[in-house]
Design a protein around this ligand. Structure first.
Ligand code: SF4
Ligand code: SF4
Length: 225
């Protein structure tokens, strides 16, 4: 899932300054699970903003709406049957960066601003704790690395490791952290596949990642044309 956290309140307040009627648009999927932008967080943010703006004698109307996903056009288009978007002069989105951008595409005559900072793709480790697991490199090597991502977990993103700095299973960049390639070695040994360490993985195809607009365009074309 995509993990995000709310921007500092003063930053959000500045983002909405000058607006008279605001719609806070929540997203009910990833950012709801990580307690950053779902229905409850939208309600809290709306209350905080109303109080803060009232204390400054600013006459601002704030409505809220949370949809299932802001990264899916069909859910965003349903908004039109629930509220009149043209009544608002600003949409404050609590989706991840992808959701904010799609809302901005659909309502391209409206100002859409983000209330969150999108941080990473990760997994839940326990209550309130998420760890980064994928940097969406577009060329997954997990089959060769025992299901542990070197791009994300190795401090240098090495796809062939370890580097010469690993000491006693710890990373030279941050000795508090395990060396990703020691973790990979241990996992491959457990799986009886340690011979995989003898092969050199080819350089990653970063050029694929560097042109995401092309991938997005293709996906749009297949789905909407
Ligand atoms: S190699 Fe790592 S960053 Fe790349 S797709 Fe796989 S998990 Fe994600
Ligand atoms: S010590 Fe291990 S995790 Fe740290 S940079 Fe080197 S290979 Fe990567």
């Amino acid at each position: 899932m995509i993990v995000a956290r709310r921007k500092p309140f003063n930053e959000i307040k500045n983002l909405v300054s000058g607006s008279k009627k605001i719609l806070i648009l929540g997203c009910g999927t990833c950012v709801a699970v990580c307690l950053a932008g779902g229905e409850k967080e939208v309600a809290v943010l709306a209350s905080q903003l109303k109080m803060a703006l009232a204390l400054e004698n600013r006459d601002v109307e704030i409505d809220t709406l949370t949809i299932e996903r802001q990264c899916d056009r069909e859910f965003i288009e349903e908004i039109n049957s629930k509220v009149t978007i043209d009544d608002y002069d600003l949409i404050l989105s609590t989706a991840c960066g992808a959701g904010v951008q799609l809302s901005s595409d659909v309502f391209d005559h409206k100002v859409v601003v983000p209330a969150l900072n999108t941080t990473f793709i990760g997994v839940a480790e326990g209550p309130g704790v998420w760890s980064e697991r994928c940097r969406s490199c577009s060329d997954c090597v997990l089959a060769e690395t025992g299901g542990i991502c070197p791009v994300t977990i190795c401090a240098k993103g090495l796809v062939n490791g370890p580097c010469g700095g690993a000491r006693h299973g710890k990373c030279e960049v941050d000795p508090e952290k395990d060396c990703a390639w020691t973790l990979i070695y241990n996992r491959l040994e457990k799986l009886g596949r340690v011979n995989r360490m003898e092969q050199t993985l080819p350089p990653k195809r970063w050029n694929v990642q560097q042109h995401p607009a092309r991938i997005i365009h293709e996906a749009y074309r297949r789905r909407y044309e």
